[in-house]
Every structure is written in C-alpha cells, then in structure tokens.
Design a protein around this ligand. Structure first.
Ligand SMILES: O=C[C@H](O)[C@H](O)[C@H](O)COP(=O)(O)O
Length: 242
C-alpha cells in the first residue's frame, strides 16, 4: 500500500469515528437531520445499523444522495411537511473555525438543503477529521455560493465587489454544476475571512444569491478525530432557539 493510500485510509477512519460518536447522540423518538458528504455517509450507515437494532427515529436528508443512501439502508425518513423542527442535525464541514464553530460547507454542492435543515434544528453537531479545523475560515477554502441560474453573471459581479475572486463551479466535463435545487454554485475566494457573520450577511443581501456555505452561529458542538483521538467540543451562544 502506498503512503498516500495509507494516509487517505487513516483520514477515512477519523471521519468514521467522529460520525459514529455523533450517531450515538441520537435518541429514541428524535427527528434527525442527515448531512451530506463522505463523513455523513458514515453517520447514515451507523444510523442504519442502530435502526436495525431497534432505535426509533426519523431522518430528514440534506441531499438527494443522502436520501438514496438512507433509503437503501432502511433508515426511515420524513420531511418538513410532517415536522416543524429537527431535534438534532449532524453534518460534515469543509472548514471549522476553532473557538466559534463557524463553518464553510458546500464543497459537495449540498449547502442549501444543509442550511435549511441546520436552521430548523434544535442542535447542530458538526463531524469531521481534524484536518478541517482552522484558526480562520477562508484562507485555504473557497466559499460556495448558491445562485439562481438567471443573471448569474450579474450576481457574480456583485460578489466580486465584496472582494471575492469568483468562478462558476463546473463538472469535470465542463458543464455548469447544478445543485439539487436546480441552481448554480459560484465558488468564491475571499482569502482569510475576518468577520464570517458579516460576510455571510453581505453575501445573502445580494439579489440572485440563494444562500452561501458560510454557516455562522449555527453549530453548537463539534466532534473531530485525528491522531490525538476524538475531541468533542461545545460552544455557548451558538445554535437556534425554539
Ligand atoms: O456539500 C457538501 C457538504 O457541505 C459536506 O458536508 C462537506 O463538503 C464536507 O464533506 P466531507 O465530509 O466529504 O469532507
């Protein structure tokens, strides 16, 4: 096995451990937000096992991919038509700011459904391998912004005026990437983001923007895993009030 393969396997193992720790937070009767991405796959698999062992809960998936995986594993699903809020949402992230748990999400393109579920959650727990932890968001990670296809060039110019270098996301074959909601994603390089909440607000005010992958003040807990093992942190003052 090459050292690159061994390192990738190790990161997958960290993701699995973080996701399985968070899956154990799910209790009987809960409505659970099911995240998207390679870390969330381990979460859904763990919840599939817990469901088979008798745990009663209902999931609300944050993407078509997660919905398909959950269905294939027999995880029972529901929707906001049936339930007003989510007891616990668990999802991955692309960057996690130490101390605040502000996040960048959406490199997989699922940010909008993820944010809707997170915003409807009493508790939002982020799970990741510890390479996602950063002192400041944005230095090494683009901020995905979901925009309506109509007029995206104009929306991109407005984002540029906020100081971002903006590129429409494309598939490997050069086509525009289209989100589950039928929108485009503009990947924005802001560099280091000094005030993530202000940047999130400024992006959201642009006409044509649906929402961004900046999640500030939403995650109240993080479970990360790395060479030092599992670390579970809680921040006060974050999260939604119901
Ligand atoms: O759109 C994708 C989601 O925001 C993911 O949760 C995020 O990209 C992290 O994914 P992964 O667990 O694969 O690193």
């Amino acid at each position: 096995m090459s050292s690159a393969t061994a390192a990738a396997d190790q990161v997958r193992e960290y993701k699995r451990q973080a996701a399985e720790f968070a899956a154990d937070m799910v209790q009987d009767g809960m409505i659970v937000g099911l995240g998207t991405g390679s870390t969330a796959v381990f979460l859904v698999e763990a919840l599939g096992r817990r469901h088979r062992e008798g745990l009663r809960f209902l999931g609300i998936p944050t993407s078509i991919a997660t919905e398909k995986l959950a269905r294939s594993l027999g995880v029972p699903l529901t929707s906001f038509a049936e339930h007003e809020s989510v007891d616990l949402a668990i999802d991955g992230a692309d960057e996690i700011e130490r101390g605040t748990l502000n996040l960048i999400k959406g490199l997989g393109g699922a940010l909008l459904r993820e944010k809707i579920v997170a915003a409807a959650s009493k508790k939002f727990v982020v799970v990741a391998d510890d390479s996602k932890l950063v002192d400041h968001l944005g230095a090494d990670c683009l901020v995905p912004v979901e925009v309506t296809p109509f007029g995206w060039e104009s929306t991109a110019r407005h984002l540029g005026r906020l100081g971002a270098r903006v590129s429409p996301r494309r598939s490997p074959t050069g086509q525009f990437f289209v989100s589950d909601g039928g929108n485009l994603i503009l990947d924005c390089n802001f560099g280091t983001i000094a005030k993530p909440a202000d940047t999130e607000d400024a992006i959201r005010r642009i006409v044509g923007v649906v929402d961004s992958g900046l999640f500030t003040g939403i995650a109240s807990e993080a479970v990360t895993c790395g060479p030092e093992g599992l670390i579970h942190v809680t921040v006060t003052g974050a999260g939604n009030v119901f």
